[in-house]
Design a protein. Sequence first.
Length: 292
Amino acid sequence: MAVESSLSRLRGLRSSRSRRTKQAKAFAYVVCTIIGIMYIFPFYWMVITALKTDVQIFKWPPDLIPLTPVWSNFIEATRYIPFWRYMGNTVVICTLAVIGTVISCVLTAYGFSRVNWRGRDVVFAVYLSTIMLPGQVTMIPLYIVFRNLGWVGTIKPLVVPTFFGSAFYVFLLRQFMMTIPVELTDAALIDGANEAQTLWSVILPLLKPAISTVALFTFLGNYRDFLGPLIYLTEQKQWTISLGLQMFKNMYGAQWQLMMAASALTMLPTVVLFFFTQRTFIEGITMTGIKS
């Protein structure tokens, strides 16, 4: 009898524990669903606003689903402003920024992680401390430098600095390189490879997830940048898409439906890019910072 009561008590404990686990999972799913709806609702509102007319936009109470979607707003939005010109300018700047950031940061991170030289850690600490400087502190000095160089009115202030590295991305790449066994690079050096060959043949193939993460961050940062183009691009034909969106505001009022349509088209490349690269992106994030 004692054995049977112990078994029944054990089954009761297991069933109660299983019930609590299911309740916790259900609660977590509900919370995550609510948070997901909160994040996706602004995007949904932008899309349905892009499908409305002027009268429907200011209707109260608003329609959560437009009765007669105006799909032509998306075509009209690309004609209201030089949308494709601005998009082309944005892609050019983003591509050059990605190339410059990847090349400079990989070389710098390799020097801080694999090449032994006196004072390396001290220089890295000082270099890393520049992350604490907000952009507003260096904005005016940089503008004066670029103005004296005659670069204001060109894309050079937005592209050239990327070829000198970024402390944050150097930190990410260095942390990833620190997880690569030193024996691999030592074996390559023993076989007669120099530092450049070791970086190209040994480190870079293993560094692809981290490089993809840096490239994605750089592309998104430059794609969404508004302040930099606003300061340095003086001619309208040079504008990026973030500056071009403000042209939907005129003296008679904002063309909200066209602005929302253009904004949806502007967001589409970043959404598609993330969905295609999310596995590599997550792998690159999880593999950095493991070993310091």
